[in-house]
Design a protein around this ligand. Structure first.
Ligand code: UD1
Ligand code: UDP
Length: 364
């Protein structure tokens, strides 16, 4: 069996790599590397999918910056690669964990596959640092698993060999289907949803991006405050990302309304229940933009661009940035709208992991 090291460190990487790990585990000698870039929001995702890392670098520090993350992680990655001697390395997405693991593998001349390749906003600083992480991983990787045709074309334009780009769909759709299709999902309902009456409207809000820290986040909270003040039948569920900058901005905004239900970051299964119940999503998250399509939920994107253009083209997503009046007016319009959005498969058919498996059989 070929030795394949799969690296992850944050919540979204674990969710999106879980279907791939489960699919590949009987065909490869897998070495699962957890950098520990995230802790309490990552570990429940591992238990949910029954995944145990072979090594955990426990890198997370409170309010870590990109310099310390980079300089702490690289030497540790070098050691792990020396110890396991993988023949191939797999990374996902755009985090510091994925970029630095790809870089470390490159320094050791080990080939890399990139899951979720080819997403581009074409703005170096947004999402920051993720756009540059993605571009650099594309330069390093040998195999590129692009979720969509738009992503494939972006890579071709950058000169990546067409023969090494494969359109697979996004593995987040596999993960979401796995959980929503489970007995545990159908038998459960999170207690937080008992706070929402049948006839009440629900907004699910998430925000954490580095470029939104400070004033932009405060504007988002001001917009939510205004919405709650003018919409008496509205509630907002806000799972607070543990990045301390998020809570700091929330405190500064002085948002104080009992219909804003603040909660700890939620585990994936209850979170998907909330996503399913929501009438509208306000988010700067990447993964949630993708998941919303399966559940047919309209999304207002709290960023100045998106590298998930497919959502806009399908008419389910709109970019509103962090402008208070735009967020308020578009939220009101969407909450009042009677359009029933159907579910879309623009980000994949839920078989991305199987496709990746088939391609690896052929390519490795
Ligand atoms: C990281 C990724 C971002 C991704 C996001 C997903 C980078 C540079 N950023 O952002 O692309 O969208 O994860 O959530 O890779 N923290 C905890 N507990 C946790 C996780 C985080 O306390 O389980 C706090 C810590 O204080 C930590 C801080 O959040 O220092 C920032 O974590 P970090 O991984 O650097 O950045 P995120 O903002 O989480
Ligand atoms: N998520 C979750 N609980 C939460 C918030 C998000 O399980 O409280 C899931 C969400 O369904 C998606 C992923 O975490 O699959 C997105 O993570 P995040 O927004 O942190 O990162 P991004 O996708 O922006 O990189």
């Amino acid at each position: 069996m070929k030795k394949l090291l799969i690296a992850f460190g944050t919540r979204p990487e674990i969710i999106k790599l879980a279907p791939v790990i489960l699919e590949l585990r009987d065909s490869y000698e897998l070495k699962l590397l957890h950098t520990g870039q995230h802790r309490e929001i990552a570990d429940p995702m591992l238990s949910l999918f029954g995944i145990s890392p072979d090594v955990d670098l426990e890198i997370m520090k409170t309010n870590q910056d990109l310099f310390s993350l980079t300089s702490d992680l690289l030497p540790k990655l070098s050691k792990v690669l020396d110890e396991y001697q993988p023949e191939h390395v797999m990374v996902q997405g755009d985090t510091s964990t994925s970029f630095l693991t790809a870089l470390a593998a490159f320094y050791k001349r080990i080939p890399v596959s990139h899951v979720e390749a080819g997403l581009r906003s074409y703005d170096k600083y947004s999402p920051f640092p993720e756009e540059m992480n993605r571009r650099q991983i594309s330069q390093i990787a040998q195999l590129h698993f692009a979720p969509t045709a738009i992503n494939r074309n972006a890579l071709v334009k950058e000169g990546i060999s067409k023969e090494k780009i494969f359109v697979t769909g996004n593995t987040v759709i596999d993960a979401l289907n796995m959980i929503i299709g489970s007995d545990d999902f159908s038998k459960s309902s999170p207690s937080i949803l008992s706070e929402i009456e049948k006839d009440e409207k629900l907004i699910l809000l998430t925000a954490h991006r580095r470029e939104n820290h400070g004033a932009p986040l405060i504007q988002i909270f001001k917009a939510v405050e205004e919405l709650l003040a003018t919409q008496p039948d509205l509630k907002v569920i806000f799972p607070i990302h543990p990045n301390p900058n998020v809570k700091a901005a929330l405190d500064k905004s002085r948002l104080n309304n009992t219909r804003m239900i603040q909660t700890h970051p939620m585990e994936y299964l209850p979170f998907l229940h909330v996503l399913k119940r929501a009438d509208l999503i306000l988010t700067d998250s990447g993964g949630i933009q993708e998941e919303a399509t399966v559940l047919g939920k309209p999304v207002l994107i709290l960023r100045n661009e998106t590298e998930r253009r497919e959502l806009i083209e399908a008419g389910l997503g709109e970019i509103v940035g962090t402008d208070i009046s735009k967020i308020v007016s578009r939220s009101k319009a969407l909450l009042e709208s009677t359009i029933n959005h159907s579910t879309l498969n623009i980000f994949g058919d839920g078989k991305a992991a199987e496709k990746i498996h088939e391609i690896l059989k052929d390519q490795l």
